[in-house]
Design a protein around this ligand. Structure first.
Ligand SMILES: *[C@@H]1O[C@H](CO)[C@@H](O)[C@H](O)[C@H]1NC(C)=O
Ligand SMILES: *[C@@H]1O[C@H](CO)[C@@H](O)[C@H](O)[C@H]1NC(C)=O
Ligand SMILES: *[C@@H]1O[C@H](CO)[C@@H](O)[C@H](O)[C@H]1NC(C)=O
Ligand SMILES: *[C@@H]1O[C@H](CO)[C@@H](O)[C@H](O)[C@H]1NC(C)=O
Ligand SMILES: *[C@@H]1O[C@H](CO)[C@@H](O)[C@H](O)[C@H]1NC(C)=O
Length: 218
């Protein structure tokens, strides 16, 4: 058992008092745990798991989360596991906490929850017979997708990419912290070739190690 000189204890207390900002591995003093994986990217409704290990004995170790919270005494590792991630508040990440001989050490596991769109629809406003030189508005609707900041709507004419839009150009319906329905539009000036051309839009989610594309054609 280690003993702590008074000065060290005082230092620790004053650190706690000023530590209202968030730092990973806070107060761990060289005993930072290893979290595997260090960040999670989870599909809404899918299982998720992470393990925290430390080479030091802890009095108590816990995962503080709205789902899958767990706690264990006298251990060096603890698993956080959820069968189906259905709580959007987990996207703020979860906290791991350990007590080493009265000293708390905390660290954070970042979590991204994503949802593949339920469907992608393309509609033409002011539709009707195509008149040359007329302006038409195409609207692409992407239903129930998250996170909106990682979504790109891509426009195609036939096989060629015309343009792309991101969240700064979307009309967003719903809570941006959860799944939302997104609309993006594109204006086209009809030309003779458009009589045979087909337009399409695709919704692409760009996440670390994952790219999903869902598309629709008119
Ligand atoms: C952890 O505790 C066990 C049992 O009390 C002890 O044998 C071991 O040496 C301890 N390990 C460390 C790194 O303190
Ligand atoms: C979010 O997803 C739920 C379940 O799929 C759905 O009922 C709801 O309409 C979606 N919200 C938006 C804004 O798309
Ligand atoms: C473009 O899209 C937005 C959002 O859907 C819509 O409110 C607006 O009317 C559209 N503009 C035109 C010209 O169609
Ligand atoms: C989502 O996009 C942002 C930048 O827009 C990026 O920093 C972040 O890593 C992306 N999220 C994931 C899980 O890839
Ligand atoms: C993405 O893949 C790299 C290399 O395979 C890996 O090191 C990293 O941890 C992965 N990121 C996530 C969030 O899974």
């Amino acid at each position: 058992m280690e003993s702590f000189p008074l000065l060290q204890q005082l230092l620790w207390i004053s650190l706690l008092c000023s530590a209202d900002f968030y730092v990973s591995g806070q107060n761990c003093r060289g005993r930072e745990p290893v979290i595997d994986p260090p960040a999670l990217v989870v599909k809404y409704g899918s299982p998720a798991t992470a393990t925290c290990r430390t080479e030091y004995n802890t009095t108590r170790m816990s995962w503080e989360a709205t789902m899958g919270a767990s706690s264990k005494e006298n251990t060096q590792q603890l698993v956080w596991s959820v069968d189906s991630v259905t709580d959007w508040s987990l996207k703020d990440g979860i906290l791991w906490l350990a007590i080493y001989e009265y000293e708390p050490c905390t660290t954070h596991l970042p979590i991204t929850i994503y949802k593949i769109p339920e469907n992608v629809d393309l509609v033409i406003h002011n539709a009707g017979p195509l008149v040359e030189e007329h302006t038409y508005w195409l609207e692409c609707e992407v239903k129930s997708v998250a996170p909106v900041n990682n979504l790109t709507v891509i426009w195609f004419r036939g096989d060629s990419k015309l343009e792309q839009s991101d969240f700064t150009q979307f009309n967003i319906e719903g809570d941006g912290d959860q799944n939302v329905t997104v609309r993006a539009n594109l204006s086209i000036i009809a030309s003779r070739e458009d009589n045979r051309a087909s337009y399409s839009c695709a919704a692409q989610l760009d996440l670390e190690n994952t790219t999903d594309t869902t598309s629709n054609i008119v």
